[in-house]
Design a protein around this ligand. Sequence first.
Ligand SMILES: Cc1cc2nc3c(=O)[nH]c(=O)nc-3n(C[C@H](O)[C@H](O)[C@H](O)COP(=O)(O)OP(=O)(O)OC[C@H]3O[C@@H](n4cnc5c(N)ncnc54)[C@H](O)[C@@H]3O)c2cc1C
Length: 488
Amino acid sequence: MREYDIIIIGGGVIGSAIARELTRYKLRVAVLEKESDVVTHTSGRNTGMLHAGFLYKTGSLKAQCCVEGNREFDQVAKELDVPFKRTGKLIVGFTEEHRQRLLTMIERGRANGVPGMELIDRQRMDEIDPSAGGNFAIHCPSSGILDPFIYTIALAENAVKNGAEYHLYTEVTGAEVIADGRHVLHTTKGDFACRWVVNSAGLRSAEISAMLGIPGYVIQPVKGEYFVLDKKAGAFAKIPVYPAPTERNTFDTHATPTVDGNVLVGPNSFNVVDGEDYSVRQVGMDGLQESGARMFKHMKREYYIRTFAGARPKRIDPATGEIQDFLIERRDEVPGVINLVGIESPGLTSALPIARRAVNLIREKEELIPNPAFDPIRRGVARFHEQSREEQARLIAENPDYGEIICRCETITRAEIVAAIHNPLGVCTVNGIKVRTRASMGRCQGGYCETRITALIREELGKAVTDVRLTNGDSRMFTGYVKGGEQA
Ligand SMILES: Cc1cc2nc3c(=O)[nH]c(=O)nc-3n(C[C@H](O)[C@H](O)[C@H](O)COP(=O)(O)OP(=O)(O)OC[C@H]3O[C@@H](n4cnc5c(N)ncnc54)[C@H](O)[C@@H]3O)c2cc1C
C-alpha cells in the first residue's frame, strides 16, 4: 500500500493549488486524479476570467477569496509563468433598470474591497472598446484574463517540482478508517493510506464527502455552453464585456477575449443531471448567437471555430434549492478530513486563497514544518512565435526542431511539442499536448497537426500508434492499420 501524509482527491485547479501550498511544508503529498490530465473537467472548461469580486455577497468566502486571489495574481502569474492580462472589464446596460442594478453592483464591489469601479457613458465605452454593446457600463479595472489550462498545469507542475506525486487515471472508489486512525483510499490503481484526506473532487465533491463520512451535501451541476471565435474576431475585442446582472444576480452570455487572442462567447446556464456530459445543443448555440451579438458587435458565423461546455458544481440547499457559498471545512467528529464542496465560479480566481484556508485547517491540528527547498518558480514551454526574430534564429541554431512548424495555425514548432510530451506530470495524450502548447487550437482545429502530434508521441515515448489517445478512456487516435501493418 502506498503511504502519504496527505492525499488530495481531485487534481483540478483547486486540488493542484492545495498540493502546491502543502509542498511549502515537509509533508509527503499525493494527488489522486481519475482522468488523464488535470484540466479534463471544470478547470479546463471555463471562461478564464480573473474575477474582481463584486458579484458575491459581502463577507462570503466567494467574495473574500476572489478579491484576495485577484489582488495577488500579477505575482502568481509571474512565479508560475501563466499567460495573464489585467484587461479590466465592462458590465454593460441598456435600460434604466440595468442602470440601477449596476449602481447596486458598484456599492457591493466597494464593500467587498474591489478597487476603481465606476459607471461610464457610451463615449467613454467607445474609447475603451467600440465593439462592446450597451448604452452605458461599469468599468472594473482590476478584472483580467488568464490561461486556465496553463494555470492549473503550472500549479500541478510546481507541486511536483516541490515533491508532490500525481497519480493520474486513479479513481477513488471507496474509503475507510483503519485502527490507527489513518484513512485508506480504495482506487482503480490499488489502495493508498494517509493521515489526512482532502476532498477537492469538484462535480463529484458531494459524493466524495459522503464517502469520507460527511453526507448530506447536494451538488447541482449547472452547464454552460460556449462558442470559440477565431483570432480575426479577437482583433476587435479589447476587453471582456458582460451584460448587467439578471434579477437573480447572475450573468447571461458574455464576450471574453482570451489571452491568446480568440474570443469566447458564452456561457449560458441550465441545470443538468450529468455534469460530465459536455455535449452542446443546437438550441443553446442559437441562443448564444443572439445574446452574444448584443455584447459583441462582431459576432459573425464566419468566425466560429469551435464549441465547448463546462459545468459549475453549485452547492445547493437541499430544502430550498438556494445556491450556497464555497464550503471549506474540517469537522472534529470526522478526523483527518478537509472537505471542499461547491467550488464553482469564482473558483479559478480563488484557487490559492482557498488552498491557504484548507492548509490552515490542517495547521490548526498539527505543526507544519517549513520545507526549506520549496521553490515557487515554474517555467513553461517557451512559445517560439512570441520570440523576436533574433531569438528565433538563435533557438533554431541551437535546436533545429524549432525550425519545423507542426501546428500551422498557431505556429507551434516541433521543439515545443517534444518539450510538452516530456511534461513533469507525464501526460501523454494529444489533448494534453494541445492544452500545453496550443497546437490544434487554431482555425483548422487539428486537421493538419493532430496526426503529426500522434507520430511525435509515438516516437518520443516509444508507444504503438494505436495506443495514443486523444484524451481519456478509449479515445484512440488510430484503431489499427490498413495495408498490412505499421511497417507498410
Ligand atoms: C462555464 C464555467 C465558467 C467559469 N468561469 C470562471 C471564470 O471565468 N473565473 C473563475 O474564477 N472561475 C470560473 N469558473 C469556476 C472554475 O472553473 C471552478 O471553480 C474551478 O475550475 C473548480 O476547480 P476544481 O479543481 O474544484 O474542479 P475540477 O477541475 O473539476 O477538478 C476536480 C477533479 O476531481 C477529479 N475527481 C472527481 N472524482 C474523483 C474521484 N473519485 N477520484 C479521483 N479524482 C476525482 C475530477 O476528475 C477532476 O479533475 C467557471 C466554471 C464554469 C463551469
